[in-house]
Design a protein around this ligand. Structure first.
Ligand SMILES: [Ca+2]
Ligand SMILES: [Ca+2]
Ligand SMILES: [Ca+2]
Ligand SMILES: [Ca+2]
Length: 241
């Protein structure tokens, strides 16, 4: 039966998605969970390919001796796994306090948007920008605009040999219903699910402030340090078996 009515309301949505999917990548499911030991000999890491950490978001041009980075990803219903290999000529940790200028020490930054909604997340849990420090502390800004430790969201093991550091991460995913200090259910990940994702490295080799911020995704325009504010710039991962 033809119905030309235009008065039908769309189903209620609480959030208008602003994101246009880009850098869409299919991520393979791990049947055997990688062992977080800083060693990349796990079966899943042999099966999946490297992605580059090669987009300069901040700082001057750098050389391959100063920084080279790449990563791999996998998932299970319980978590996302990330293997990161970084070549960095100097590992630098000037602030022992994890909540002081955490972005000015060498650290890996992992961006995740559980429902791929995009949009502002600076002081909300619409998405997270987890800074993982050399000592394993995980920091992001909370709703009160102050830094918070999220060490129960990401577990990591880091092994440095010479100028090469291997990090393995296990990230439990939380969505925008996350409330700090409450009991929160992690997102159970499933096949064909789409999430917003990016990863970056803050490289400092002894300066007062970070020298470079190198990310995984191209960000158009002059201002490229947007990941910590706006989840629209994250790439899109699609979970596959
Ligand atoms: Ca391993
Ligand atoms: Ca460096
Ligand atoms: Ca979101
Ligand atoms: Ca460094």
């Amino acid at each position: 039966m033809a119905n030309t009515s235009t008065s039908i309301e769309p189903t209620t949505t609480t959030r208008i998605s602003t994101k246009k999917d880009h850098q869409i990548r299919e991520i393979k499911k791990a049947t055997i969970v990688p062992k977080l030991d800083g060693n990349m000999d796990d079966p899943i890491w042999k099966e999946v390919k490297w992605y580059g950490l090669d987009q300069r978001w901040l700082g001057e041009e750098y050389t391959v001796d100063d920084f080279f980075g790449r990563y791999k990803m996998a998932w299970t219903p319980e978590a996302i796994y990330i293997l990161v290999e970084i070549k960095d000529d100097k590992i630098y940790d000037q602030y022992k306090d994890p909540l002081t200028l955490w972005w000015d020490d060498d650290c890996v930054e992992i961006f995740i948007d559980a429902d791929n909604s995009g949009g502002n997340h600076q002081f909300t849990n619409n998405a997270f920008a987890y800074h993982v420090a050399l000592d394993g502390n995980v920091v992001d800004l909370g709703k009160d605009e102050k830094p918070l430790l999220y060490n129960n969201h990401i577990t990591t093991k880091r092994v440095t040999k010479g100028d090469v550091t291997v990090w393995e991460f296990e990230m439990i995913v939380y969505d925008d219903s996350y409330e700090e200090g409450k009991v929160n259910d992690p997102v159970i990940l499933s096949k064909d699910q789409k999430l917003g994702f990016a990863i970056a490295y803050n490289d400092n080799d002894g300066s007062k402030e970070r020298e470079n911020f190198i990310g995984s995704v191209f960000i158009p325009g002059e201002e490229k340090n947007l990941g910590w504010i706006n989840a629209d710039v994250f790439g899109t991962i699609v979970l596959k078996e």
